[in-house]
Design a protein around this ligand. Structure first.
Ligand code: NAD
Length: 531
């Protein structure tokens, strides 16, 4: 397992541990013992391509069995006081922090990402566990509303758990995404049946084991494994709400299936995110931030920037800084800290990245940095790549690459920058760099993305878990985090109690007198400025 710079020179010694030290048969047996799966499947690590684990595979009937278990357990869980449910999340938070080296290893071997980027997953998962551990009771608290007849109608809005949530998770951030969307659902009193991507199932199973250790009843979180179209579809067929993270194409299928059943969906989908460098940006900071924006997790982050728009007056100065930093990045497959860029997740990602770069070059784009598959580091490594001269006819112009590839464009004024940034059906994240934060505040209102990071790549918005997070347009439906992130897992129920007089003619009052009385009441309510 090597760490090399993009020009091929070794830059750090390799660690002594191998993937076989991390994923032992005993660990696999322990983590998978509750998985209902009558078939078998296997995974390999993208770091080296070596086999990793033999795992159970669930059939649609196994998924049904998992739902039965989850439904049985959910009623008691929903009846557990919210403070106790929230306490489980806070204990989970501490258990993960304590065992972080274990999960960092697992994330690295399953995803191929660097340890620093793996740690971002811990930060994301624990941010949500802490937030909902502390705030769930407030979000779920019954709320009083004014009744139809003030004083005589008592109205309470209660939040009821939806039941069993179906969760479908991709491979790119298995800990952050599975935990981030699961903890508010648990806090609200739901059970969950999760279908992770099989490649990164052990990470999700490890998170489940920590939640159970923290006090979550075992059956409240079921995990099923298998192919998306079969097992994912079986999950949607039984869920009371579906929370899906993945590609836009799959998201559309998920939404259609959920629509047939009239169950809600939250969809966190793809993006083609833009980063704007305005003429007054602090260029060193912007270049540093752009490197993180484009190449974190080898560009396999939904928030990753794949389009860089730079004001023409600073384009050369910015590019000098950005390209120097990009070319200095080290690639590495070792377990432990050191490398700055990890592997792509597998053959599918490598094929997509290679196709986008090769096609752009064949149609006239220029490679300013990178542009090569690095099989000397590992089977799926690809250099951080910067393209210039990209045209709308090239796939990389508008399609999500989901790899370490960014295209650079120059703009003359803010209006042009906005038009270019918004010229995509996606709308997940944008990043804007300028010293004038007031100006950017106004600009943000015209950017069609669910989050706008000002003088930061993506982490400021994503990590601020009290605020909603999600995509506009083809990037999604609904929001995770904050109030919306937990209320989506509840049904609002209005309980109205009528006192003293009924809401209809009574005690011998005729219809005309009753309606006249009600008209006077309506007029008085307006005069009294009641809302
Ligand atoms: P994908 O859509 O191929 O798969 C995602 C999950 O859906 C997997 O678990 C897969 O097995 C399952 N699946 C596949 N077909 C299915 C079907 N017909 N029914 C039900 N489930 C099905 O996506 P991917 O390639 O694994 O993940 C990368 C994509 O996810 C990128 O587009 C990325 O932008 C997106 N993503 C978005 C966010 C976000 O928060 N917006 C976060 C991470 C990743």
């Amino acid at each position: 397992m090597a760490i090399v710079s993009t020009n091929g020179n070794p830059v750090a010694p390799t660690g002594p541990r191998t993937t076989a030290d991390v994923v032992t048969p005993a660990l696999v047996a322990r983590l998978t013992r509750d998985v209902i799966g009558t078939g078998r499947t296997s995974t390999s690590t993208p770091l080296t391509g070596e086999p990793l684990a033999e795992l159970p595979e669930s059939s649609p009937a196994d998924v049904t069995a998992a739902f039965v278990r989850a439904r049985d357990a959910q009623e008691d869980w929903a009846a557990t006081p919210v403070a106790q449910r929230a306490a489980v999340l806070l204990r989970f938070h501490d258990l993960v922090l304590k065992a972080q080296e274990e999960i960092l290893d697992l994330i690295q071997v399953e995803t191929g990402k660097t340890r620093l980027h793996a740690h971002e997953e811990i930060q994301g998962a624990l941010g949500t566990a802490r937030h909902y551990g502390r705030r769930a009771a407030a979000y779920l608290k019954p709320r009083r509303h004014r009744g139809v007849v003030p004083m005589l109608t008592r109205v309470v809005e209660a939040r009821r758990a939806k039941g069993v949530i179906g969760q479908i998770v991709p491979w790119n951030y298995p800990l952050a995404l599975s935990v981030g969307d699961a903890v508010p659902a648990f806090a609200a009193g739901n059970a969950i049946v999760t279908k992770p991507d099989t490649q990164t199932a052990l990470t999700v199973l490890w998170a489940r084991e920590r939640l159970v250790e923290a006090g979550l009843p075992r059956d409240v979180w079921q995990i099923v494994l298998g192919d998306g179209p079969v097992v994912g579809s079986a999950v949607i067929a039984e869920a009371d709400h579906v929370t899906f993270t993945g590609s836009t194409a799959t998201g559309r299928l998920v939404a259609k299936q959920a629509a047939d059943r009239l169950v809600g969906v939250s969809l966190e989908l793809g993006g083609k995110n833009a980063l704007l460098v305005l003429e007054d940006a602090a260029l060193d900071r912007a270049a540093e931030g752009a490197v993180r924006a484009c190449f974190t997790s080898a560009g396999q982050l939904c928030e990753s920037v794949e389009r860089l728009y730079v004001h023409e007056s600073v384009a050369d100065a910015f590019l000098d800084r950005f390209l120097a930093r990009t070319k200095a990045l080290s690639l590495g497959s070792g377990l432990g800290y050191g490398a700055q860029i990890g592997s792509l997740a597998g053959a599918r990602q490598l094929e997509a990245v290679t196709r986008h770069v090769d096609e752009a070059v064949s149609k006239g784009a220029t490679v300013l940095a990178g542009g090569h598959h690095r099989s000397d580091v590992g089977p799926y490594f690809y250099e951080p790549t910067v393209l210039d001269g990209v045209q709308p006819s090239m796939a990389v112009y508008g399609e999500e690459t989901f790899g370490p590839v960014v295209s650079v464009y120059r703009f003359a004024d803010e209006g042009e920058a906005l038009a270019l940034a918004n010229a995509t059906p996606y709308g997940l994240n944008s990043s804007v760099w300028s010293r004038d934060t007031r100006r950017v505040g106004i600009l943000a209102g015209r950017l069609r993305t669910g989050s706008v990071n000002v003088n930061e790549a993506y982490a400021a918005a994503y990590g601020s878990v009290q605020a909603p997070h999600g995509g506009m347009g083809d990037s999604g439906l609904g929001r995770r985090n904050g109030a919306e992130g937990i209320l989506r897992y509840t049904e609002a129920q209005t309980v109205a109690t009528q006192r003293l007089i009924p809401l209809g003619p009574s005690r011998g009052m005729d219809d005309a007198s009753y309606t006249a009385l009600m008209s006077r009441v309506l007029g008085a309510m307006k005069t009294l400025r009641l809302r």
